[in-house]
Design a protein around this ligand. Sequence first.
Ligand SMILES: Nc1ncnc2c1ncn2[C@@H]1O[C@H](COP(=O)(O)OP(=O)(O)O)[C@@H](O)[C@H]1O
Ligand SMILES: [Mg+2]
Length: 237
Amino acid sequence: MLEVREVSKHFGGLMALRKLSLHLERAEGVWGLIGPNGSGKTTLLNVICGLYRPDQGTVLFQGRRIDQLSPHQIARLGIGRTFQVAKVFRRLTVLENMLVPGFTNRETESPRQLREQALELLDFMQLSNLKDEQAGNLSGGQQKLLDFARVLMLKPKLLLLDEPFAGVHPLLKERMINRITLLHQQGIRFLVVSHDLPSVLELCSHLVVLSSGEKIAEGEPEMVRKEERVVEAYLGV
Ligand SMILES: Nc1ncnc2c1ncn2[C@@H]1O[C@H](COP(=O)(O)OP(=O)(O)O)[C@@H](O)[C@H]1O
Ligand SMILES: [Mg+2]
C-alpha cells in the first residue's frame, strides 16, 4: 500500500527525518505513528502527501513512485490527509466546506450526487445539525471532525491523520475512534499520527515510534510499549 524507503529531510542544519523506512501492508490494521514532539511525524506526512520533497529516498504508493508528484496529483491517486490544526474554510458553511473537494470529481459526479454524499458524511460525523453554520464558529474539536469528513469526499484509499485527537473532547474522541474503525472495515487504510498514547493503543494494531527523525521501534502495541528505547524517548533515561 505504502512504502517509504530511506527518506531523509533536513531543514538547515536540523535533520527532521533520517533514512526513515516504513512498509504499510494493505492487510494490516490501523497504523499508528507515535513519538515525542519534534520527532518528525508531521514532516513525514508532509513528505508522503507531496508538500515536502525528500532530500533522499523514495515513496511508493501501490507500487508507484510518488515522491516527485505534486500534492494534488497525490490526492487524486487516493491519499488524503488532515492537519494537526484543522484547516477549514472559516467563512464558508459546513456544507460548503464539504463541497470544495467535490470539484475534483466534477466530471464523474453531478452536483446533486456530491451534495447527497456531503450530507451523508456530515450525518456520519453527527454534524448535520451544523451544516449551515459558518465553519469558523465551530469548536476546535468540531472543526477536526469537519476536516475529517471533508477529506472523505475525495474517496481516499489511504488517509493520513495528523493528531486527530488533539484538543478534541473525550466524547468526540470516542466518536472519531469508532468512525476510523468503521472506515477501516470498509477498506480505507489509515496512518494515524498521535501523541495520545491511550487512544493510539485502543485504535492501532501496528505502531511505529519515531525519535529525532529515526525509527526506534516498530511492531504490535504491546511489544512497542515495553521497548526500553521507547520509554526513554518519552520519559528520559
Ligand atoms: N518547515 C519547517 N522549517 C523548519 N523546521 C521545521 C519545519 N517543519 C518541521 N521543522 C522541524 O523539524 C522537526 C520535526 O518537526 P515535526 O515533523 O513537526 O515534528 P512532530 O510532528 O513529530 O512534532 C522539528 O524540530 C521542527 O521544528
Ligand atoms: Mg506534528
